[in-house]
Design a protein around this ligand. Structure first.
Ligand code: ATP
Length: 370
């Protein structure tokens, strides 16, 4: 066995809008956790995004993509601005190009409630929400991106693509995640979300999900239609553990599940492939609040924690998993102690307040010992 590295290269893509603001928070938290776990993070920022496209005509330079390939992990803010559009009228969103280029096929979106923060749901069990949405990132309806077909000016066609390979690997990912979660004391159950009653592509998805389920016999499994799932996720989200779904359904449901715990500022994510991992908040650039210092950095900070947890497995370095646990515990304590409350929850804490509250706790050795 080789000894763990002491220094890791992180490619940093701050992007646009609040992406840049919350990235500064995550980097400050990483800097605070590094000495606690005896590791160093060499974070280098690279250009990409809608503003970069306006400035240079290129949204995602090849040099940035190469730096992502060369790094141990990628930390991503948010990209895209509503007024910056490509020739086909869609937004400039290089994060989609990165997902395809690096084959980051699993969009992993954990959602949980935090003690000390009010829940948007009044049911007592709403305080126990703890689920992960796994979104297929490389095909599904998003396959149509850039391939839309116009029939004159009378119709537009976009195609949903579901492949055996793409569905097998995302379902396998979801089952393995459920196995890990069960080992940590959680339910260990996968629910596949589809629309198999209407679409051939989705019936094919369900068939493959069921095949994969038989390969993971210790993990409970069921399937649900996406419309019923939208209902149940609002009525009883605490019943779910791991959800797996195609790209477009995952895109929509990830905003819904974020709302269950207070909004986009609380929703971290990882885009993970067999080779690379990119970690970013589930939210976008939020132009409505950018530049005001009021963005909630929690989603970005928790994404940095997810990054450390993923790196711990990839580089076989338990100190990085300690780092992830320290950040998680610091975020939890910052809210549970009522030291800070984000504005979406009726509080007045800005980006800097929340970041500082987390850093104070990361540095306090009595919170979690590494
Ligand atoms: P995208 O399509 O790029 O994911 P979006 O159009 O879904 O982006 P967001 O940028 O995620 O939109 O913003 C949606 C709403 O959530 C906005 O009202 C925004 O202000 C709010 N929001 C997003 N992120 C945060 C955050 N970190 N803190 C506070 N509010 C946020």
């Amino acid at each position: 066995m080789t000894a763990p590295l002491s220094k890791y290269a992180i490619a940093v893509l701050p992007g646009d809008g609040i992406g840049r603001e919350v990235m500064a928070s995550a980097l400050a938290v990483l800097e605070a956790v590094a000495p606690r776990i005896g590791r160093r993070f060499e974070t280098v920022a690279h250009p990409a995004g809608a503003q970069h496209y306006l400035d240079t005509g290129v949204a995602l330079p090849e040099s940035t993509l190469q730096s992502c390939r060369d790094a141990h992990a990628i930390l991503f803010g948010a990209m895209g601005l509503p007024h910056v559009l490509g020739a086909d009228g869609t937004e400039i969103i290089p994060q989609l190009d990165i997902r395809f280029a690096l084959d980051l096929y699993a969009g992993v979106r954990p959602i949980r409630s935090f003690a000390g923060l009010p829940s948007p749901l009044s049911h007592p069990e709403a305080t126990t929400i703890d689920l992960v949405l796994v979104r297929e990132n490389t095909e599904g309806l998003f396959y149509a991106r850039g391939r839309g077909v116009m029939e004159g000016d009378s119709a537009a066609l976009d195609t949903m693509k579901i492949t055996r390979h793409g569905t097998e690997r995302i379902c396998d990912f979801a089952f393995k995640l459920a196995e890990r979660r069960r080992a940590q004391g959680r339910l260990g159950h996968v629910t596949s979300v589809d629309k198999a009653n209407v679409f051939q592509s989705m019936a094919f998805w369900r068939k493959i999900f069921e095949e994969q389920s038989r390969r993971h016999p210790t993990i409970g499994a069921d399937s649900a239609y996406v419309d019923a799932m939208a209902l149940n996720l609002v009525l009883k989200p605490w019943r779910y553990d791991v959800l797996v779904t195609e790209n477009m359904f995952g895109d929509i449901l990830s905003d819904l599940v974020a709302a269950l715990v207070g909004g986009m500022g609380m929703a971290p994510s990882g885009d993970i492939g067999d080779q690379y991992g990119l970690f970013q908040p589930a939210h976008g650039t939020a132009p409505d609040i950018a530049g005001q210092g009021i963005a909630n950095p929690t989603a970005m900070i928790l994404s940095a924690s997810m990054m450390l947890d993923w790196m711990a497995g990839k580089y076989d370095d338990e100190a990085l998993a300690d780092g992830a646990r320290i950040i998680d515990a610091a975020v939890q304590d910052a809210f549970a102690s009522q030291a800070v409350r984000p504005r979406e929850f009726g509080g007045s804490s800005g980006t800097t307040d929340i970041t500082q509250a987390v850093i104070d706790r990361v540095s306090a050795k009595n919170l979690v010992s590494a």
